[in-house]
Design a protein around this ligand. Structure first.
Ligand code: PLP
Length: 229
């Protein structure tokens, strides 16, 4: 069997993303690959960086902080994509460039408090919870406008868009229907005066459907690094 390397997988994925952009009439390079490196060794992250990968997603605040300290923040963007506990807000504020999982104003306020008076800016997505999801994280469509307004008022947070983790579905039509709901939610916010440009959706098993429905960031772990233990 051919040897599986992180570098080869990244090259393949980048190629596939360019093909999907073309297939679905998306702008070239409008879809960014976020390498989800949770549980992965620093050496694996470094192999990905050597292959040109510059954005990494982590689910645990302490792991993100440790890796960003060891690997650095110059030329590498660290995205927090896990469930955020209030007592971890400081770590995230210090070490993350992006956070995809804001779902309540209390967390946004905490992040802002840690960043106030600094020149650091955090790019944020609100996590949207569609119906029937496995996780309880995320706001409902009803709660979304108020949270977006609130984040818009915080000086050191920049609202960029929405993130979602729809229930895994094997049918591409079902995957697309769920991702389309997220895109519609973003379009509605933009119609009401926001200028949001980010849809963080799609993982190893469903990123093609996400690109078809407008994803600008796909969060891919297994297809880059192999199965997690
Ligand atoms: C782990 C994880 C991913 C990556 O999942 P894969 O199936 O390994 O690609 C993406 N998004 C979130 C929020 C995750 O927790």
């Amino acid at each position: 069997m051919a040897q599986f390397t992180v570098s080869d997988q990244i090259t393949k994925l980048e190629h596939h993303l360019r093909e999907l952009e073309s297939e679905y009439n998306r702008e070239p390079h409008s879809v960014k690959l976020l390498a989800v490196s949770k549980t992965r060794q620093v050496s694996e992250v470094k192999a990905a960086i050597a292959a040109g990968q510059a954005a990494f997603g982590e689910n645990y605040a302490q792991e993100l902080a440790d890796k960003s300290l060891e690997i650095g923040q110059v030329g590498v963007d660290w995205h927090f994509i896990g469930a955020l506990q209030s007592n971890k807000a400081k770590l995230i504020a210090q070490h993350a460039d992006w956070i995809h999982t804001i779902d309540r104003s209390k967390i946004a306020n905490r992040l802002q408090r840690h960043l106030a008076g600094t020149d650091k800016n955090l790019e944020v997505c609100i996590q949207l919870n569609l119906d029937e999801e496995i996780t309880k994280a995320g706001v409902s469509l009803d709660e979304l406008p108020a949270l977006a307004e609130h984040i818009g008022e915080l000086d050191n947070l920049t609202l960029r868009g929405l993130m979602s983790i729809p229930k895994p579905a094997s049918e591409e039509a079902t995957q697309r229907r769920n991702f389309a709901k997220v895109r519609h939610a973003l379009e509605q916010l933009n119609q009401s005066g926001f200028a949001l440009d980010t849809l963080s959706m799609g993982m190893s098993g469903d990123y093609a459907a996400a690109v078809a429905e407008g994803a600008t960031i796909v969060r891919v772990g297994t297809a880059i690094f192999g199965k997690r233990n």
